[in-house]
Write a protein that binds this ligand. Sequence first.
Ligand code: 8YV
Length: 330
Amino acid sequence: MTTDRSKPRILVARAVFPDIIDRLSRHFAVEHNQGDAPWGPAELAVRLADKDGALTTGSERIDAALLAAAPRLKIVANMAVGYNNFDVDALAARGVVGTNTPDVLTETTADFGFALLLATARRITESEHYLRAGAWKRWRYDMFAGAEVHGSTLGILGMGRIGQGIARRGAHGFGMDVVYHNRSRLGPELEAACRARYVGTDELLATADHLVLVLPYSAASHHAIGAAELAKMKPTATLVNIARGGIVDDAALAAALRAGRIAAAGLDVFAGEPEVHPELLALKNVVLTPHIASATVATRRAMANLAADNLIAFFEGRGALTPVNAVRGA
Ligand code: 8YV
C-alpha cells in the first residue's frame, strides 16, 4: 500500500505476479491484495471508494452498487478475456471503461480445451484413479475403452478466437470433421483455415462425437446446454466446457451422465464455482478441473501485463488498449 497522492490510485483486487505490482507502482499509488484475502462486495466497495482504477479478475462482480461506492473510478481492467463479471450497462451509465485480455490466451486455452477433450474421451483421469487405488490387477480387452478422437466429428459451440483454435487443432492435427455453430457465421477464409462447416444447433448436437463449448456467458447462453439439448446428443458423445459455468445446466448434465444419455464430460468451469455440483463430483465419467484453461506461466503473465498495459495507457491519455465498451478518455 502507498500514500503517494500525486499518482492515480489503483486497486489490484487479487494476488498477482509481484513484478506486476512493481510495474504498476512506477505509475500509480497501488493498493494490492498479495495475501489474496477473500474480499467480498462490501470490502471491495470500501477499498474502491478512493480509487481511480482497478485490476480485477473474473471473481469480482463489478455492478451498479459497487460503482456507486466508487465515485472516482474510471477504468476496470479485467485479467480475463471473459467479462461476464462486469455489468456493462452499469459501466456505460457511469462512463467507466472496462477492458479484458483477448488474444494473449487464445492458443493456450485452445490447447487446454483439446487436452480436456482427450482426457475425457480416453478416460485418462478415471483410469489413473483406478491405477492409484491399486485396482489394476491384469489387462482386459475393454479396460477403459473410450471414444475415438482422430477422424471423429468435432462440434464447437461458439466460434470466436478460442473456438477457431480448437477447430484448427481438430481438423489439422487429428483429421476430425469440424462442425460449428456461432451467432454469426465465419467468413469463407476463416472457415477454410479451420476446415469447419457451419450448422444449426440441432445438427451440431446430433452429429458431434465431441462437443466443445467456447461461447461467452450471457443471459442468452444461460443453460444453453440443458436436458433437451443433452437428449439430442449421441449416447456415445463427449461434452467439454471451457467457457463458463451456467452455460451448462449442471444438474441436467449429471442426470444425463448417470443415465448414459451421453458418455462423458470434461468440465473446467461450473455454476457457482469454486463450488461444484455434488452429483458431478460423484460421477466417474466426468473429468473436473478448477478453471485452469489459461493457466500457463507465460499466458498468465501475458494476461497480467495486458491488464496493466490497459491501466497505464489509459492514464497516460492514450486510451485503453482492449476496451470492451465504447467509453473513452482518461
Ligand atoms: C481466467 C478466463 O483465468 O480469461 C477468461 O475469461 O476464464 C480465465 O482465463 C479467469 O477468468 C480469471 O480471471
